[in-house]
Design a protein around this ligand. Sequence first.
Ligand SMILES: C[S@@+](CC[C@H](N)C(=O)[O-])C[C@H]1O[C@@H](n2cnc3c(N)ncnc32)[C@H](O)[C@@H]1O
Length: 235
Amino acid sequence: MADPWDSQWWLSEVTTDPSYPEDVLPLLLDILHPQPEGRYLDLGCGEGQGMRAVGAAGARVMGCDQDEVLLRHAVTAGPVVQCRLPDLAWLADDTVDGAFAVLVLEHVTEYGRLVAEAGRVVVDGGVLAVVVNHPAFTAPGAGPLIDPSDGEVTWRWGKYLEEGTSVEPAGAFNLTMQHRPLGVLLTTVAAAGWSLERLVERGSGPAAADRDPLLAAQRHIPRLLGVRFRNTRHP
Ligand SMILES: C[S@@+](CC[C@H](N)C(=O)[O-])C[C@H]1O[C@@H](n2cnc3c(N)ncnc32)[C@H](O)[C@@H]1O
């Protein structure tokens, strides 16, 4: 049974969080590198931030998400479909040149099926771009530690090495977040026929640091992870 999702909470989060335009969307564009006139699918498009950014680069974008309220906003950026990932059965093989997922994989339980389905709908040689919260940042039990000897903010790894879940407040509800260490994140995608092409790790940008003074002292602690894969299912 899926967690209930608070659409109004996400609408206010995403439209007021400066780290979206300053950190998250630039990372997406860097990783995806959308081609003008290319066809892209936004997996878990929410209210359409990623669709708008990729569309502004001249690409043609469609989105899908489980949430009808968010999709009513996203439809201003391109065609949308309501679906529950990993279900992409509504899309034919080789339909798009690329797929991307921004801060979505953390919510999806059937991750292996999703990346395999993405490999079916993306043309051979096409791309999959993922932007996730860095798993070292969001691992269950991970968090900042202040070294009492000098006040330096360091990091507790928590249960980074194990796959697991954590429960996080998200507006009116709690959300169960899926934790996958880097090895699991990458090898699951490789097993579905994708080849790793580019991996970028980013610390907290100035926008995130403004929101949380502790983050200002953590600019060197990984915060976001972006990865581009190439579809090599027919070598
Ligand atoms: C953190 S939001 C990110 C939204 C969007 N990618 C963005 O960057 O603005 C996560 C999104 O994933 C969607 N989502 C979560 N699990 C999903 C699933 N199994 N199938 C479809 N959408 C899902 C939620 O409805 C929500 O819109």
